[in-house]
Write a protein that binds this ligand. Structure first.
Ligand code: ADP
Ligand code: MG
Length: 330
């Protein structure tokens, strides 16, 4: 199977829906996309490298899902609606079964978000998946990291920490196995799913953006809650207080001693939840957006003028926590 046959067989699909923003898809030197009049183009790229972002031998269907999910999560964080994506793929070999499963996972999520594959590049090399996603958003409505305001509520979708715990268990890390026992991955199927099949919060993101000036900053959590909230604080020139007791704790995390549990919750990584800030006047509207998008949303703290991040225990006393977001070169 040659390069073009591989693309035709696994990645080229017939036709696009009427009213699709895709004027021209796979097959020419460029794709042509047409955002709706009066919209800005939102563009984001994320790369997944074998041995770095996923284990060699991971289920290819889950990998197809995750490669697109982490990109859609970036659109969600800005409140952009997906238009389409490109896929740059380096493969050690053209394995039919692998490609079929990868494409199945990829297109299932793409179809769920009406986000077609419009182009890409395919080459031989160590397994590497790079997706660029494009979306549209009305001028002035994109949620930026720099827009948090003193007095804002801080919200979190879903819950954090499970992906990190699953990763440590799959690595065989002693503290995780000791606390949870050897069968926890079978007993808590959601743990592995949270690592391998994250849910991008696209619909909530675009509903929040439409709320306009009451919803301020947002970020998607890829490197840990504390570190990623730190990006909002730095960009906005503000601080924050988080109520530890307000953070939802997954059943499997309840098996962990306090220190490891807090580390998973605050520094876990790979969560792909949204963290956003909004004026208190927006509480009812945020709740309505959460309901409409079937997304669990929790108020977990507030933005303060005093710089830095303080995590408070149930009686309001600051805890000593290290907020270290993941950094590939640290
Ligand atoms: P070029 O020579 O212009 O770089 P290619 O020969 O690499 O184009 O690709 C031919 C067509 O197939 C292009 O439209 C390109 O966008 C598309 N394509 C290549 N690889 C992929 C892929 N992995 N997924 C989707 N489309 C792809
Ligand atoms: Mg090429």
């Amino acid at each position: 199977m040659g390069e073009f046959e591989l693309i035709r067989r696994h990645f080229q699909r017939e036709g696009h829906a009427a009213r699709s923003p895709v004027v021209l898809g796979i097959g020419d030197d460029c794709a042509l996309l047409q955002p709706r009049p009066g919209h800005q183009l939102a563009v984001s790229t994320d790369m997944l490298v074998e041995g770095r972002h996923f284990f060699a031998g991971v289920d290819p269907e889950a990998l197809g899902h995750k490669a697109l999910a982490v990109n859609l999560s970036d659109l969600a964080a800005m409140g952009a609606r997906p238009l389409g994506f490109t896929l740059a793929l380096a493969l050690p070999e053209a394995n039919e079964a692998w490609l079929g499963a990868f494409a199945r996972g990829l297109f299932a999520l793409a179809d769920a978000h009406a986000c077609p594959l419009v182009g890409g590049d395919t080459t031989r090399g160590p397994l590497n998946i790079c997706i660029t996603v494009m979306g549209e958003v009305r001028p002035g409505l994109a949620m930026q990291r720099s827009q948090a305001q003193v007095g804002d509520d801080i919200y979190l979708t879903g819950r954090t920490g499970e992906a990190r715990l699953a990763l440590e268990l799959m690595r065989g890390t002693a503290w995780a196995l000791l606390a949870c026992g050897p069968h926890v991955l079978e007993e808590h199927a959601e743990l592995r799913a949270r690592l391998e099949r994250p849910t991008p919060r696209v619909e909530l993101g675009s509903l929040l953006a439409v709320l306009g000036h009451a919803v301020h900053a947002a970020i998607d959590l890829s490197d840990g809650l504390a570190g990623d909230l730190g990006h909002i604080l730095a960009a906005s020139g503000v601080g924050a207080e988080l109520a530890l007791a307000a953070l939802p704790v997954a059943p499997a995390l309840q098996l962990l001693p306090m220190a490891e549990r807090m580390d998973c919750l605050l520094n876990g990584g790979d969560d792909y939840e949204l963290l956003f800030t909004a004026a208190p006047i927006a509480r009812a509207a945020v709740e309505a957006a959460a309901l409409a998008s079937h997304t669990p949303v929790q108020r977990i703290g507030r933005i303060s003028a005093a710089p830095g991040l303080r995590v408070l225990d149930a009686s309001g006393h600051p805890l000593a926590v290290s907020a270290r977001g993941f950094d590939h070169f640290a």
